[in-house]
Design a protein around this ligand. Structure first.
Ligand code: MV4
Length: 395
């Protein structure tokens, strides 16, 4: 169904166009994927009004988790560990100064409407607070139309570890263990793995139970992910909750043998789940193959794929829509494929991922494949002892 011109604003982000496509095909439900309208409360609400099942969170859930200060308050009340800081929104810069003194510098100012890295300012001492406050509020207002901020103690060199969940309408919630997404560049994930090299089976159980407790408190339905920061002492703290399926969900499927999209559709259709949890049976790594030039600051590299060879064999999964002759338009996200590899353990998984990346051949455009090959040879990556700061020193 043609939903409009290439510009996303007039097609994939146009609610009337998507609803019209659903109407003319007599669709019972819409699976929103990730990005676009997948976490849009208004769209979730419109689907409900039109009697089309939105395979995603309710508008109320999207709104409550989309406001980060409210989400944090809700999780704290449910007994999920949170980072010390303000109880909700900051009223003034003097309140920010008072709280920063109490939790001790460094602290971080965060936009309540933010998330994913936009609208944040690190503050290392009181003399920086006023400037950071003004800049952060202005950025938050410009980006999200909401200048409200909250404050947290800054966790230095943390790991990003997230827990996958599925909930049903009967209040049952299962967790599917964690994914480690610590390797990011400008808040864009490049590679994800599970299990996390820093998560013991004891910590996995604790984080899984905490995420489930939070999800049950809000009667969460469908697929969701609770993001945690893990500090160098192995303490974990709630950061955000994503009310959608995520790009990196296949690695969870590869290690748990679960089908997360099937579980999403089943729970959206009102089926009951047993609430049992899923634990990793092996290791999995995902490399995001983007049409970008890593030697030119990862700048987008759209255009025609003139020749393509996709790797295969044992433990290799490639999720992609591209083929030889395909033209990557400049209008959308640059991710063109996901290479998802599974193996009995991390060491073998890294070796197998390197083999698959060497076999991958994409001609006509630049991709992140050379970057991944270099990363997988890095001693720090191989040791498993890296943090979210890793990319700042990797070149
Ligand atoms: C933090 C933090 C340290 N301390 N909060 C970045 C994205 C947004 N979701 C929250 N982020 C962070 N919040 C406190 N209190 C460090 C980050 C952060 C980060 C987190 C996960 C993965 C990569 C990151 C890169 C830079 C900063």
């Amino acid at each position: 169904v043609c939903i409009g011109p290439p510009t996303s604003k007039d097609s994939y982000l146009s609610m009337p166009k998507i609803i019209a496509a659903a109407e003319i095909t007599n669709a019972d439900a819409i699976h929103p994927g990730y990005g676009f309208l997948s976490e849009n409360a208004e769209f979730s609400e419109i689907c409900r009004d039109y009697g089309i099942k939105f395979i995603g969170a309710s508008p109320e859930m999207i709104r409550s988790m989309g406001d980060k200060a409210t989400a944090k308050k809700t999780m704290k009340k449910a007994g999920v560990p949170t980072i010390p800081g303000s109880e909700g929104l900051l009223k003034s810069v003097s309140e920010a100064n008072k709280l920063a003194k109490k939790v001790k510098y460094p602290v971080i100012l965060k936009a309540t409407a933010g998330g994913g890295g936009k609208g944040m300012r690190l503050v290392t001492e009181e003399s920086e607070m006023q400037g950071a406050w003004d800049a952060c509020r202005a950025e938050a207002d410009a980006c999200f139309g909401n200048p409200e901020l909250y404050l947290e103690k800054y966790i230095e060199e943390p790991r990003h570890v997230e827990i996958q969940l599925i909930g049903d309408k009967f209040g049952n919630v299962s967790h599917y263990s964690e994914r480690d997404c610590s390797i990011q560049r400008r808040h864009q994930k490049l590679i994800e793995e599970t299990p996390s090299p820093i998560v013991s089976s004891k910590l996995r159980k604790k984080m899984g139970e905490a995420a489930k407790k939070g999800a049950k408190a809000i009667k969460y339905e469908g697929a969701g992910t609770v993001e945690f920061l893990v500090d160098k002492y192995g303490e974990f703290y709630f950061m955000e909750m994503n009310t959608r399926i995520q790009v990196e969900h296949p690695i969870t499927e590869e290690v748990t043998d679960a089908d997360l999209i099937k579980a999403q559709i089943a729970t959206a259709a009102g089926q009951e789940i047993d609430g049992k949890d899923f634990f990793p049976l092996r290791h999995s790594i995902e490399c995001r193959i983007n049409a970008e030039d890593p030697s030119k600051d990862f700048r987008p590299s759209p255009g025609k794929i003139t020749n393509l060879h996709i790797p295969g064999g044992m433990g290799i999964r490639v999720d992609s829509h591209v083929y030889s002759g395909y033209v990557i338009p400049p209008n959308y996200d640059s991710m063109i494929a996901k290479l998802i590899v599974r193996a009995p353990n991390r060491e073998e998984c890294i070796i197998r991922t390197k083999r698959a990346l060497q076999e991958f051949n994409i001609e006509g455009i630049k991709t992140t494949i050379p970057f991944h090959l270099k990363l997988l040879d890095d001693p720090e990556f191989n040791s498993g002892k890296f943090t979210t700061a890793f990319m700042e020193t990797f070149d």
